[in-house]
Design a protein around this ligand. Structure first.
Ligand code: NAP
Length: 310
């Protein structure tokens, strides 16, 4: 029986993904029809990205699963027309990219790189940076990306403390959870990385009260999602010196409007949502493995808990 697979993402991705998906589907021994245009009532699987424009799943009457190309699923998790399993993207290439980005930006702060890169004024005042073991990095979110980043930082010697919804044990990392765990993590984090999903429960995790818990002059790195931070509270904390500097990759409105205060703020670095992205060669393998599982009656990988929103 032919499996009908609809690719619903930004059109520019189709020529990139099509040959990779075809090869993996052939390798999996599946008989398939893969296209960007299949009548809704004939579609078995949707390979999905929010920028593909698909919002109403009602006409997809024989749909078995939706397979997201994105790790963050906030724009589809609460879609009431979707009644079949939703899998998010967990891709080795995406994880590796995020780990590299996080480690790079943590090292920027840890080593005080800006001081010598942006200022070459003849000043000779040696002030070598401390060792990583003398620096505590906090990570909010110990999922796929947070855990990989935490372990990479720990392997460099950083003292890493992480926070998640449920209790965890990760070798070398101090793992905390719950409201008291958040307070403890924030109070110790000289550099804080946000890798939480965007859900109702995580909105404004960093706000006036929680920012005040951090060590004075702490640095923040947000490759998670914009709504994790109350922007006005962050600006106030930056202006008061409570937060030393913030590197923000994600925003409530993207692209970040050109007149937004973040662009011109001397203590903010804006990057245009480039911390990491799904890598087609590895992502195609993940997608096809889930289709193979669906056809074999095996459990899907990386299912989203729709009640939790991630
Ligand atoms: P994940 O595996 O689902 O991990 C999410 C983590 O957040 C888990 O540890 C989870 O706790 C924790 N969490 C969720 N809700 C919480 C709450 N209310 N309180 C405390 N902890 C909570 O997700 P991931 O793959 O690591 O991705 C994380 C996020 O990164 C994505 O959702 C996306 O927004 C973002 N992202 C950004 C980029 C970029 O380029 N900027 C690229 C990819 C992804 P449990 O472990 O207890 O469930």
């Amino acid at each position: 029986m032919t499996v009908n697979i609809l690719f619903s993402a930004r059109p520019a991705l189709w020529p990139v993904y099509e040959p990779l998906l075809r090869q993996n589907l052939l390798d999996a021994g599946l008989e398939f029809h893969l296209s960007t245009d299949i009548p809704p009532d004939q579609v078995d699987y949707v390979i999905y990205a929010p920028n593909g424009g698909l919002r109403d799943f009602t006409p997809y009457t024989r749909l078995k699963a939706v397979l997201s190309l994105w790790a963050g699923v906030e724009s589809i998790a609460d879609n009431e027309t979707l009644t079949v399993p939703l899998a998010r993207m967990v891709d080795h290439g995406l994880t590796q990219g995020m780990t590299e980005w996080v480690v790079g930006h943590v090292l920027r702060y840890h080593l005080g790189m800006d001081q010598h890169i942006t200022t070459q004024d003849g000043t000779w005042e040696p002030d070598p940076p401390p060792l990583a073991s003398e620096r505590t990095v906090g990570i909010l979110g110990l999922g796929t990306l947070g855990t990989a980043s935490a372990c990479a930082l720990n392997s460099l010697g950083f003292d890493v403390i992480g926070w998640s919804r449920s209790a965890k044990e990760i070798a070398g990392i101090t793992c905390l959870h719950g409201p008291e765990g958040l307070r403890e993590t924030l109070s110790q984090a000289e550099i804080l990385v946000l890798l939480l999903p965007d859900t109702a429960a995580t909105e404004n995790t960093l706000n006036t009260q929680t920012l005040a818990l951090m060590p004075k002059g702490a640095n923040i790195i947000n490759p998670g999602r914009g709504p994790l931070i109350d922007d006005e509270a962050l600006l106030a904390a930056l202006n008061a010196g409570q937060i030393g500097h913030a590197t923000l990759d994600v925003f409530r409105v993207e692209p970040l409007p050109t007149d937004h205060t973040f662009w011109a703020h001397p203590n903010v670095t804006v990057t245009p949502h480039i911390a990491s992205e799904t890598r087609p060669p590895t992502a195609a393998q993940v997608i096809v493995e889930n289709i193979r599982r669906g056809e074999a009656g095996e459990p899907y990988l990386h299912l989203v808990d729709r009640t939790l929103g991630y």
